[in-house]
Design a protein around this ligand. Structure first.
Ligand code: NAD
Ligand code: WQD
Length: 341
């Protein structure tokens, strides 16, 4: 039987590459588009080694409408799209707001126009827990009010969500979409053939931890230990990237089987919060080595604590995570060692 084709924008990236693997394993035919703005061809090699087949790939910019049209025309029978392609560095977005609005909002608009032209009506969109800002109560549900974004990056995610809600609400709309609000994805595929490839000095916690353990960085600085949390450090909901990838398979299936409303939003996390110190301790257990760290000042803009209420994803998507924090960190460490060697 022919596989149902799903376009995966940003499919060479960190989360996208893992989603491509899970889609294929679930019987779909992923088709990747990526411009390698923040990824490398090695991700495609990794995917091929894991699956034992080459996944169709088009090197294009999703802002390029003609190029996107050509992909839809050439592939012929795309049934759905997962839109991962975006810039994602919060700090960089403050320095380069125009580039972030152009790439993140512009690529969605271009994609939506081409999807409409080709009659492709199922879209899974990569949103983020950043839309909640500093929440008033924990855990956050999908009903938790969103707050004014504190970075252009966060604003792009809110704008994209708003655009999608407006587009599906139009009287002649055919689009149906699922917005997945990811919490903090970490770790790598078990095979250590694909994973996160941070460029330069990592801004995110886990790559900084693994690079410190690998001797690439001298020490981790924990950004503050006087927050109003049990041990004073920030709390986040760290979800293994393969678990997160599986949520996309479930969402695609739901859209294609017609079980979804026109627009649905889901938190995708574990439902558990862990502090930075707990992450460090779990990493030490997972890797069997001590981590060199110091406590530094708080990082401006950091949310003291956020973690997901995952009731909706559990009940309506049937989605649950299976990987423990320690196993997630073990996979991140295994991946780091591959990069070193
Ligand atoms: P990533 O940078 O690893 O992957 C994004 C991919 O998109 C990259 O391969 C990049 O080359 C590609 N890309 C960017 N702009 C493009 C364009 N115009 N045309 C074609 N390709 C383009 O990031 P990721 O961590 O895999 O994140 C994927 C998505 O999930 C993003 O939308 C991001 O905002 C969102 N998200 C990420 C996190 C996180 O912590 N990683 C959390 C919440 C939401
Ligand atoms: C995690 C925790 C830091 C580095 C970001 C984006 C968010 C979403 C996920 C895309 C925090 C602490 C970090 C370090 C540290 N991305 N930390 N020392 O900030 O929760 O979220 O990625 O949508 O929008 O903002 O992730 O990995 O940067 O930080 O102490 O060297 O680790 O203070 O508490 P964050 P992170």
């Amino acid at each position: 039987m022919e596989r149902t084709k799903i376009l995966v924008t940003g499919g060479a990236g960190y989360i996208g590459s893992h989603a491509v693997v899970e889609l294929y394993k679930a019987g779909y035919q992923p088709v990747i588009v990526d411009n390698f703005a923040n990824s490398q061809e090695s991700a495609l090699t990794g995917i091929e080694q894991i699956l034992g087949v080459k996944v169709p790939f088009h090197r294009i910019d999703c802002n390029d409408m003609e190029a996107l049209r050509a992909v839809f025309a050439e592939e012929g029978s795309l049934r759905g799209v997962i839109h991962f392609a975006a810039f994602k560095a919060v700090g960089e977005s403050v320095a380069k707001p125009l580039e972030y609005y152009q790439n993140n909002v512009g690529s969605l608009l271009t994609l939506l126009a081409v999807m409409r032209e080709f009659g492709v009506s199922a879209l899974v969109f990569s949103s983020s827990c950043t839309v909640y800002g500093v929440p008033d109560a924990l855990p956050v549900t999908e009903q938790t009010p969103t707050k004014k974004a504190n970075s252009p990056y966060g604003a792009t995610k809110q704008m994209c969500e708003d655009i999608l809600r407006d587009v599906v609400a139009a009287p002649d709309a055919t689009l149906r979409t699922i917005l997945l609000r990811y919490f903090n994805p970490i770790g790598a595929h078990d095979s250590a053939l694909i994973g996160e490839l941070p460029l330069g000095v990592p801004q995110n916690l886990i790559p900084y931890v693994t690079q410190t353990a690998a001797g690439i960085r001298e020490k981790l600085t924990i950004y503050g230990d006087t927050y109003d949390t049990p041990d004073g450090t920030n709390i986040r909901d760290y979800i293994h990237v393969v678990d997160l990838a599986e949520a996309h398979v479930v969402a695609v299936r739901r859209l294609l089987e017609g079980h979804s409303d026109a627009v649905e939003t889901f938190n995708v996390g574990t439902g558990h919060g862990n502090s930075v110190l707990e992450v460090v301790q779990a990493f030490e257990r997972a890797s069997g080595q001590k981590l060199n760290y110091v406590i530094g000042p708080p990082r401006p803009g950091d949310v003291p604590a956020i973690y997901a209420d995952v009731t909706k994803a559990t009940q309506e998507l049937g989605f649950t995570t299976t990987t423990s924090l320690e196993d997630s960190l073990a996979s991140a460490w295994k991946w780091q060692q591959t990069l070193k060697g």
